[in-house]
Design a protein around this ligand. Structure first.
Ligand code: SF4
Length: 77
């Protein structure tokens, strides 16, 4: 199973819900408060990564809770 997570950093309003509350294993706070993908899961940039299947629910919960709908979770399996 391949799970791709993308943060639309232009839409992120730096609320911190994803990296502080819902899924700190996948997301981290960038220097200006914008959400980033944790380094270990990044594929190319700070805004996109591939996460293991056991973090799917965590990433999806963060996407559902994001007030800016800035997180996309794509299941490519
Ligand atoms: S929950 Fe959404 S708006 Fe808030 S920091 Fe994360 S990506 Fe940005």
């Amino acid at each position: 199973m391949t799970i791709i997570v993308v943060v639309d950093q232009g839409a992120c309003i730096q609320c911190g819900l994803c990296y502080l509350d819902n899924c700190p294993d996948v997301f981290k706070e960038g220097s200006d408060g914008t959400s980033e993908i944790a380094e270990r899961y990044r594929t190319d940039s700070a805004s996109q990564g591939e996460v293991p299947s056991d973090l799917t629910d965590c990433a999806k919960n963060a996407a559902d809770a994001c007030p800016a709908t800035a997180i996309s979770v794509l299941d490519l399996s």
